[in-house]
Structure formats: structure tokens, C-alpha cells
Design a protein. Sequence first.
Length: 218
Amino acid sequence: MSTQNSGYTYGAAHVLQKGAFIVLGDNPNVIQFQFNPESLTRTLKRVTPSVSGDSSGESDESTPSNLKTNSFLGESMKIVLLLDGYEDSTDGGVLPLLSAIEQLLNPVDSTQGSTAADYRDPPREILEVIFVWGGERILPVKITSIEVEETDFSPSLVPIRAKVTIGMEMLIPDVTKDLSSKMVAAYQQNQNKRDSWAQNYYQNTVTSLPSIADQYTE
């Protein structure tokens, strides 16, 4: 038995893994995707720490005088989720799942206030979210945008189907201050896996330009 996906055949030993968002904080939760997106759009660029401790997303190296930099490899992503509530036994259609996804973009009151004013008027902070895209890519992210297209409705105008486009940005411990230990661990694990896969490529790929490559690699 095998599973077909975009023309590629997987053996029976390969079990379908569904992507998910793990929401950290005082009340951790998991939002598992109904259907895995057919594509993942990724944009990589250098990011530099700003005075506020957040990523500027910009590089000051357009005309560098040398190769030194204080930037880090940043990554933004976009996925499109399809939601289907036709088989849901409740009358809410996709509203429960849709609302949970929308809450990912909603800042929450901080529980780490250090002054009396903080307790009276708690500062707001973004949710810490871990984006799970299989076992090889588990990334700490912040949700940056959500676009919802509701495509089918019940007679009472409850959305039954929806297409949700979600933008996110990987959070970097050296750029974003005060990340939790779980977010830092996810970042480090992802970086280690990226390094490992790159080394796997170099060790198992034979170049077709040996004479030229040898001038620079020996």
C-alpha cells in the first residue's frame, strides 16, 4: 500500500503527519491542521537586532566595507489552510477552529509584570507559537498576518468552509528578548537540523566540476 502526493510515491511505512501550531503560555493548546497545506512559502533574509529587542528585518550590509556582521538568518513563512465543517456534528461549522486560529494573532496580557502599574494595567505581548511541520522542522514563530476567505455557508450564514492564509516569522533568541526556554530549544533544534541536512548534502553529493572546485576546497 502506498500514498500518492504530487507524483511522489511513499511506502506503507510512511505515516501521514499533520502540521500543527502549539500555543505556549499559561494554558498551552494545540491546533492541528485538518488538511496539510499543499505548499509552504518560505523567505530567508538577514535580520539585525533593533534597540527595542525585536527584529528589524533589515540589513545594513548593502555596501559593506568588510564581511563582518551582527545579523542572523531570519525566515518568514506563509501557508494556506483549508477548513471544512461539513462533517462537524455541531452547528458552528468552522467557526470554532477559525476562531482558535484567529486568536493566534491576538496579544494577551503579560503575567510577568514587575511593577504595581504592570499589575493594574498588564502589558500586552504576542503569543509564543511553535509551528510543527513534520519532525524535521519545528520552529518558534510569531503569527504576523491572517487572511480569511469564507467560501460556503449554512442557511444561518455560519461559515462551513474557509481558506485561511497565515503569515508567520521565525523568532530568534539573539534578536527577540525574553523568549521562553521552549521557544529557545525549538530554535536551536531547528538550526542544528538545518546544519545537519546541509552537511548531509555536502558529504553525499559528487560535484560535476572537480577541477574547478578543487582550487577552492583544498
